[in-house]
Write a new protein. Structure first.
Length: 253
């Protein structure tokens, strides 16, 4: 074949400001089975890109093991699109956010992403309760009683009235991710107290976000879960405020 007429050129390309309109960073535990899937279910990739970094984590889930995650957050945040702006950075661990405190988590993250808003499951839950005009809550967790009490104490210190709680008594987040949807729904219905205004289902490992509509249908009360709240709060802080069906009353606000 005659190749004498072939030419190679460097072509000019137009550059968009960003491949997607909004960008959310997610820091997940190495052992997490659930958070990325919930973001993928709820978020529209045409609206927002979700970019994930994982940090090492060793079970069992205890206050001591949860505290060790804190110093790892800065490096993880820096690995998500280095030197690029993220609208929001979310940390996907409820119990660690309780043990460390929301402000401490934000400080670690903003060392690497100083211009980004920070979201934890607990800060997202507080924002969700405020949006739903809720103060009295029942709580369901997969944790041990010790870790559950850390959570409920943290809620109380932040102005919530925890009227009761139940837990599955697990100390391995990989097992928490395997709790069946039917168990989550039945336990949620059993947990919510008549005097509670809403139910909080804790833990980013639990597959609870997909159960919210059914639990709300049975109980008639709003349900907030860790991942549902984190996604909702992250989208709202990123400026995406459209209503999304299938994930409870929270996404109708």
């Amino acid at each position: 074949m005659d190749t004498s007429t072939r030419h190679s050129r460097i072509l000019t390309s137009q550059q968009d400001a960003s491949p997607v309109p909004k960008r959310i960073g997610l820091i997940a535990l190495a052992t997490d089975h659930t958070s990325e899937l919930d973001f993928a279910r709820i978020c529209d990739p045409e609206e927002v890109g979700v970019y994930v970094a994982r940090i090492s984590y060793e079970n069992p889930t205890t206050p001591e093991s949860l505290k060790l995650t804190g110093p790892k957050l800065t490096e993880a945040a820096g690995l998500i699109l280095p030197d690029e702006h993220l609208d929001v950075v979310a940390y996907g661990c409820t119990a660690a956010s309780v043990v460390l405190g929301d402000e401490t988590v934000a400080n670690y993250i903003q060392q690497a992403k100083p211009g980004s808003k920070c979201v934890t499951p607990t800060s997202a839950a507080f924002a969700a309760f405020e949006a739903l005009s809720v103060n009295k809550v029942s709580v369901l967790t997969p944790y041990s009683p010790l870790v559950t009490e850390e959570l409920t104490t943290y809620f109380s210190r932040n102005g919530l009235d925890v009227v009761n709680w139940n837990c599955f008594g697990l100390d391995d987040d990989r097992k928490m991710a395997r709790v069946s949807r039917s168990s989550i729904i039945a336990s949620a219905v059993d947990t919510i107290n008549d005097t509670a205004e809403a139910l909080f289902i804790s833990c980013t490992a639990l597959r609870a976000a997909v159960c919210v509509d059914e639990i709300e249908r049975i109980t008639g009360k709003p349900v907030v879960t860790s991942n549902q709240a984190v996604v909702w709060r992250s989208l709202r802080l990123a400026g995406i405020d459209r209503k999304i069906p299938g994930y409870g009353r929270l996404f109708q606000i």
